[in-house]
Design a protein around this ligand. Structure first.
Ligand code: F6R
Length: 362
């Protein structure tokens, strides 16, 4: 059932181009329109609240940037365990979105039950369409990732992102923020992702060599700006989960507010920097790290590496990608780094210690 792969995680990382293409086919029409229920109308919505745990929460965090940028819609994110006990005020103009691979996460389910009846609509983005979270929501959108066995979530994350991106595009359209041409351009950008991810998967050998060194570190930092900030958080979570190396993700701009104190020549700093409007800002933070002898792994595209790669410890060149959807593509090297580092350390990739695939108790 591992289809020739050593681990479920490796198989699930490799499946991403196929399952994302499936999800895109499911949620778009042949003539290139978004195929989401018209009953889900964002034109009168005044707020989106996205709630989840762990990796699914980081998918929500990326989606916050999309709802704000694409649809001009205020978006809040929360961790389900905080949301459920904080009992935040919710208004009928809001849509609440609960994201869960298993659809059985206890805190996320409790958060959904709290929101029900208080917001205009309860939406779920799930991998298991028969799950409790799917059944109890007003509308459940399956992410179509297929069964995910590896405890560390990989393909579910990028499929969650894909469905959330389509929701943000629909919101942009419903609210008159996106004209037909712009919408078509964004959908083409999404459709390009499976091909770009195949290219990123081809970097596996390079990543494995970098991972040999990463495996000897005790602490690793991930940095990103904009929607790459939640990707930095996800990269760090994945690395600590399966390699047991302490890792933290930070917004690049936060570096000088504390974490820069950690930098020395033993701490690898992984900088996730697609060539977007914030590239120069991220590069200047990276240079501050290098000035303190930090060992930088710069993940960008070939032009980004040519422009800013002088003096970095290692570089990884991804294909160029529409910057809005870069978090989906950059998830691949983040996953591969965690996977190969765990392999280099000899840890149990599919069954990391202390973790369960489905967290049905709080
Ligand atoms: C990390 C991971 C967990 C889950 C979290 C939520 O790799 O898998 O952080 O994302 O436990 O699980 P679901 O999505 O099933 O609600």
């Amino acid at each position: 059932e591992k289809a020739g792969y050593k681990h479920f995680m490796a198989k699930e990382i490799a499946e991403q181009p196929v399952v994302i293409a499936d999800a895109l086919r499911h949620y778009t029409t042949r003539d290139g329109a978004i195929n989401l229920p018209e009953s889900l109308d964002f034109s009168t919505v005044d707020r989106v609240t996205l709630v989840a745990c762990g990796t699914a929460h980081y998918a929500c965090h990326v989606a916050k940037y999309w709802f704000e940028q694409i649809a001009g819609l205020p978006a809040d994110i929360d961790i389900a365990s905080e949301f459920r006990y904080r009992e935040p005020p919710l208004l009928p103009g809001a849509v609440a979105i609960f994201v869960s691979q298993s659809g059985e996460t206890a805190d996320t389910l409790a958060a959904l039950r709290y929101a029900k009846g208080k917001v205009g609509k309860v939406l779920s983005v799930v991998n298991v369409p028969t799950s409790s979270i799917a059944r109890e929501s007003d509308l459940a959108l399956p992410i179509l990732a297929g069964v995910e066995v590896g405890v560390a979530s990989t393909k579910a994350f990028t499929c969650q992102l894909t469905v959330l991106a389509l929701l943000a595009l629909k919101a942009g359209r419903d609210r008159g923020r996106l004209g037909p041409d712009e919408l078509a351009q964004h959908l083409n950008g999404l459709r390009a992702l499976p091909g770009l991810m195949n290219h990123a998967l081809g970097l596996s050998g390079d990543v494995a060599r970098i991972a040999e060194d990463l495996a000897r570190s005790e602490d690793v930092l991930f940095l990103g700006r904009g929607a790459m900030y939640p990707l930095a958080l996800e990269g760090a979570l994945k690395l600590k989960e399966i390699s047991y190396i302490h890792a933290e993700g930070y917004a690049s701009g936060e570096l000088k507010h504390g974490p820069i104190a950690l930098i020395d020549d033993t701490v690898p700093v992984i900088v996730l920097a697609p060539r977007d409007a914030l590239f120069d800002k991220t590069v200047s933070n990276m240079q501050e790290v290098m000035a303190r002898h930090g060992r930088v792994l710069l993940v960008s595209d070939a032009t980004g590496l040519a422009e800013a790669g002088a003096g970095v410890w290692r570089g990884l060149a991804l294909p160029e990608c529409p910057s809005l959807f870069a978090p989906i593509l950059y998830a691949v090297p983040a996953q591969l780094l965690a996977y190969h580092t765990a392999i280099a350390k000899g840890t149990d990739v599919d069954q990391p210690r202390n973790l369960a695939k489905s967290v049905t108790v709080e």
